[in-house]
Design a protein. Sequence first.
Length: 566
Amino acid sequence: MTAIGAFTFVLHSHFPYARLAGRWPHGEEWIHEASAETYVPLLKALYDLREDGVRYKLTVGITPVLAEQLADPDIKDHFDQYLQDKIEAARGDIPRFEREGNPHLRYLAEFYLHWYEDIKRTFDERFGRDLIGAFKTLQDEGYVEVITSAATHGYLPLLSRDSSIYGQIRAGIECYRRHFGREPSGIWLPECAYRPAYITDDGTIRPGLERFLNELGLKVFFAETHTVEGGQPVGVAAGETIGPYGEIRRRYLIPIQESMPSRATTTFKPYYVSDTTAGPDAEEHSGVAVIGRNNRTGMQVWSADWGYPGDYDYREFHKKDGISGLQYWRVSGAKVDLGFKDYYHPDWAQFKVGEHARHFAWLVGDELGRYREETGEFGLISANYDTELFGHWWFEGVDWIREVLRLLAADERIELTTASEFIEKHPPTEVIHLPEGSWGVGGTHWTWDNHETHWMWAPIHEAEVRMERLVEMYPDADGDALKMLNQAARELLLLQSSDWPFLVTTGQAREYAIQRFSQHTERFNRLADMLEHGVSDAGLAERYWELDKVFPDIDYRWFADRQGKV
């Protein structure tokens, strides 16, 4: 049977930098929870499928700052301790529930005891405490494509200097090479935030993000549905302002009217992104492709109203036992108060996993079949999600992914693929002027620049300019000065993380985010102050290095002034 189309999961894995940042409620425990509930179970599921002879394929994004944490020896040790704590918590609940005369809760405590013991055994023995190496093996064997991202998930459209955009992406690529032993082909732009080329008030041309991707050898990135299908970009025609304060001006080289598609565009196929820096009359595209998120399959998981994770039989995330912290309840019903949740039944949940996997597999076939009938073309469905949704937020989600892959691999009509493989086999035939946008509120930058976070951007922009001046002052540093300059570059990347304004906006960890942002800003400024006065202190640089230990192969020269040099 001839395949009618292709499918790939695109799982974006990312967590804020939290090494040695304390434990609950904010800090390293974020990474431990995600590793226990998402990364280890996902790898276990993928290796089980491989051993069952299932020829699956999918795309997995691992941000550089997450890769550095998962590979860190201290975080590995603390993760083992975290798992042991969970095992002891479950073990302690068994006699407690027995004394209370509650056999079902006793059964659930035993369920968690065995579950966490299996996760610890899998981490320590099956994967040798090396999760990055486990993903590398799957990539080397052709099951998975691992894509990269900007080094610390910096919000690229709002960075004021091209040197920082280049440095974020270059540091991410170098980190990828070190961990995965090859060049990356794909990238997840942080927050799916894209910006085309524009002219600043002083007449400087700032290149579109596609220019940086092409220069650094990246072939494909991902965009939100509305960005590809022609949703309103962030901004309006030249001369007007965008953003909540009106400080951001965009005079696009390709006017907004021309960036809106003149014909119907679709997420069922990739497009080459135009070289927006060259203007509307450019004869060549950028050489970089964009793949849009398929909305129907996405909403089947993301929708709060009818997405799978809201099924009444799945485990309730928000309610935890007051003593052990374990989750013993199920969703129970729409808008059921936490105090009235029913007990969790793992067998009921697994039945729903099977039902929902079969429904999703049918949905993929239906969507691709309909596109084929309407256009006669071989379509692609890219189902893009945050990896941490599965297992962590949706406890049964990893099992669902496993069963979907099993079903689709057995369907001769559907070709399982990865992002770069699809681009190679089915190169885009059309070029799109992609408008500015993100996955955030209204498709704009508001989630990261609003009345709660606007104050953060001035220090970021000041640090960007200051880093360029340091590179100019020390064009070929060595010795102690080199150590300080490289550490300053690391602090610059860390203070630029999009996580800090995001966490302030959402209120999830406001004080923690402000503290981390302020710490990295203060460290950067202290290093810069000394360097600007000709003072080198390798001991200070080494102390700062010990706090985070990221990007050991960084080169401060990546942050040389590039403004207007397109």
